[in-house]
Structures are given as structure tokens and as C-alpha cells.
Design a protein around this ligand. Structure first.
Ligand SMILES: Cc1ncc(COP(=O)(O)O)c(C=O)c1O
Length: 401
């Protein structure tokens, strides 16, 4: 039996819509244009966020978010991040002059742990950047209250959790900003693509400019434009660069695909959810964690995690998965603990942070719950058309003695 990490999420119907779009006469504009705007509106209605900006990847959504926050927060401000996340979450923080402060995870949600979060908040903390890992809702009432009480901006990374909910409300609508990815393996795809969704009109205006090289003309707020034009009367108003930014734009092709994929998203999520419960209900709970918080989840991956740290069992499990052709990734999202990655060492001297009351560089062993997932957790593909018998077969292989 072969079971790959991803199945082709792009249907014949998607391709036909794309061909129809490209065959139009006159030929359509292919760079960021009407189709991108249309999809931004559709996404806003689906998610329930007022300001939505399509970009060319989830990493770009991360980067543009922190470029915008850089305009309003002091340099070196602390951003609380989990070790279990994607590299671009940490690079967006680092590359925009902020200090990432790692916070261990809650083994039930796989996201930031609320008690550790309380310990990590200092006078310098300005942002909590929470990742909803592989479809699990990562929010709790206490996290939301800590953000509110300490005046912290909540940024949600929802790249892996489209459609997950907390208390019935979609995640990605609780924070001031949320980031999404439409990468091929995710819940829905635009080949490559991403979205920044925000409640804050000022952040939206900044992101509009920063998506296109920092160009003022991309802002839709006349007051912002006039301010710069008055301050720089010698510049051509078509070419005022308000920030040393980049090109993060999507193409129309990605938006056409995303539009068609969005129609299937809720249905696909429902089927993936049913698969998830079949998986959990058949997994041996004496060996694997089956007690995660499943409420409101929207997984595109199965997440077997060993109960106990056991390297011999880990290696045996991987041998078996390989033998049966079941593709997997160790470490859950992003290859496990980011603190163990070589790039962190390069920056470590710049971010000595408060750990148990003492300022020092992060060490993966100070984050034992994340480190456990790094060594003893996996991700295996869960796609909408997976048959029940195949899911049971995967659990049999995992449960085997
Ligand atoms: C949690 C998380 N954030 C950000 C990203 C980056 O998204 P992209 O691959 O679209 O750049 C990913 C990537 O898969 C991710 O898993």
C-alpha cells in the first residue's frame, strides 16, 4: 500500500476553469488584478474578516505582517512564538528587528501553552504570534484574556488550520491579524499563495503598500497618500516608496484557482474531519496520544505522537511506515522544534531572553513538550477521498507490535 503525504488537490474542474480563464478573448491580464480582488472578497466572507489581502505565499503573509507591525512597535520588542511552527514565522520576527521569545506548547492543542505564556510576558512583550498546528485550534480563553489584559497584539498563523474553530467561531478571526497559506499540501490550494486578514484598517493599508514594493499608490486611503505627497512634493506620486519592501503579489491564475477551490473547502474539511475521528478511534491509546483537544479541529494530517519518549519504538515505527510505503514527516509541523534548527544559532547571541526568571539563550530542552513532539510526533497525510479501510490499515501498522 502506498500512502503519500499529499494527494493532488487540484481537480480536472479546477484546470478547466483555468483553461477557460486563459482562453478568453481579449486575453485577460494575468498579474494581480480583478480576480485577486474578487477572491479577497470571497475569502473575507468565508472567514468573517473585513480586510483581506492576497499574497504569493503563507511565508509572505508572515513577512508582510511583521513589516507592518514594525511601523508601530519599538525595535527589539518581544514577540512570543512557539517552537512548533514554520521557519517563516520565526524569520518574519527576526528579519523585522523583533526578538522571538519561545514559549512551550500545550500537548492538548499543540500551540502556545497558556501558563508558560504568562511566565514569558515581560514589559517588552508586544505580540503573541500563535500557530494553530495541523488543524488543531490553539486558542484558549486564558490566552485571549492574557492578550487583552497585557495589551498584546494577537497574530494567528492559520496556514495549517483553515476552517478550525474555537467555541464555534473560525480561528483567524480572534487576533488583529491572521495569516493563511494556499500551498499545494494544505486544505485548499492556489498552487502557491497566501492571505493576510486583519481587523485593522491601518495595518491593511500598510500591507497593501508593502505587497507592492512599499509603493504609496497601492494605498486606498487618500489621507495616507496626501500626507506623503505633502511631505515629498518633489517626488512623482506614482513612485513613492514608503518602506524598503518587496514584491509579494499574487497572479490572477492563483486567484482563479483559489476561487474554485474555496467552493469545495467546507465539504473537504468535513470529510477530513470524519477521517480524523476514524484515525483517532483506531489508534492504540496506550502507545499514542489520543487525548488531544479535537473540538473544532480541521486537519489535513493525522498526528500520531508517542505517549512516552522511546527512541527504539520511534525507529521501529518509522521502519514499519517506510516498509508499507506510508509517507510521513517527523516533528509535526515545520520539522519539529525550531530551536533545534541551525539558523537559530546564528541569531542566538541577539536574543537572550527570560527563561525561568533568568536571561539566557533558548535551549530546546527548556521546552520539553515541544521537544517531545520534535522527536516522537509525526504527520501523515489526511485527504478528503481517503477510504475508511485505508485509514484503519494505517492505524494497524502504527499499532503493530
Ligand atoms: C504554520 C505555517 N506557517 C507558514 C507557512 C508558510 O506557508 P507557504 O508554504 O505558503 O509559504 C507554513 C507552510 O507550510 C506553515 O505550515
Amino acid at each position: 500500500m502506498k500512502h503519500s503525504l499529499m494527494s493532488d488537490n487540484i481537480s480536472k474542474g479546477d484546470l478547466n476553469v483555468l483553461v477557460d480563464f486563459l482562453s478568453q478573448d481579449p486575453q485577460p491580464i494575468l498579474t494581480n488584478n480583478k480576480k485577486v480582488r474578487q477572491f479577497e472578497e470571497e475569502w473575507g466572507s468565508w472567514l468573517g474578516m473585513p480586510n483581506n489581502l492576497m499574497v504569493n505565499s503563507g511565508s509572505s503573509a508572515n513577512q508582510i505582517t511583521f513589516l507592518a507591525l514594525r511601523q508601530m512597535l519599538p525595535e527589539g520588542a518581544e514577540v512570543i512564538v512557539p517552537p512548533i511552527t514554520w521557519v517563516s514565522d520565526i524569520s518574519a520576527v527576526l528579519q523585522n528587528g523583533f526578538t522571538p521569545v519561545f514559549c512551550d506548547i500545550n500537548p492538548k492543542t499543540l500551540a502556545i501553552d497558556e501558563d508558560d505564556l504568562l511566565d514569558k510576558i515581560t514589559r517588552k512583550t508586544k505580540v503573541v504570534f500563535l500557530t494553530h498546528v495541523l488543524g488543531y485550534n490553539g486558542l484558549t480563553d486564558k490566552i485571549l484574556k492574557l492578550c487583552e489584559d497585557n495589551d498584546l497584539i494577537l497574530v494567528e498563523d492559520v496556514c495549517e488550520s483553515h476552517g478550525a474553530t474555537f467555541k464555534g467561531q473560525k480561528v483567524g478571526t480572534f487576533g488583529e491579524i491572521s495569516n493563511f497559506s494556499y500551498y499545494y499540501a494544505h486544505h485548499m490550494t492556489s498552487i502557491e499563495g497566501g492571505m493576510v486578514s486583519t481587523t485593522d484598517p491601518e495595518i491593511y493599508q500598510l500591507c497593501r503598500m508593502f505587497r507592492s514594493h512599499g509603493m504609496l499608490r497601492e494605498a486606498t486611503d487618500d489621507a495616507i497618500k496626501q500626507e506623503y505627497i505633502n511631505e515629498y512634493p518633489d517626488l512623482n506620486s506614482d513612485f513613492i516608496f514608503t518602506e524598503a519592501a518587496y514584491n509579494f503579489r499574487s497572479t490572477e491564475i492563483n486567484a482563479v484557482l483559489a476561487h474554485n477551490q474555496l467552493k469545495r473547502l467546507d465539504g473537504n474539511n468535513k470529510r477530513r474531519n470524519e477521517n480524523h475521528y476514524t484515525f483517532i478511534n483506531n489508534l492504540n491509546s496506550e502507545r499514542f496520544r489520543t487525548d488531544l483537544n479535537h473540538e473544532g479541529n480541521s486537519n489535513y494530517a493525522f498526528t500520531p505522537i508517542l505517549n512516552e519518549p522511546d527512541f527504539a519504538l520511534r525507529d521501529k515505527t518509522e521502519e514499519r511506515l517506510n516498509k508499507y510505503g506510508i509517507e510521513f514527516r517527523r516533528g509535526l509541523s515545520g520539522g519539529g522544534s525550531q530551536i533545534r534548527q541551525p539558523y537559530i544559532e546564528k541569531y542566538i547571541k541577539n536574543f537572550n531572553i527570560k527563561i525561568n526568571g533568568i536571561y539566557r539563550a533558548p535551549n530546546p530542552l527548556d521546552y520539553p513538550k515541544a521537544d517531545h513532539c520534535h522527536h516522537f510526533g509525526w504527520y501523515i497525510g489526511n485527504y478528503p477521498d481517503l477510504e475508511e479501510s485505508k485509514i484503519k490499515h494505517i492505524t494497524e501498522i502504527l499499532n503493530e507490535d
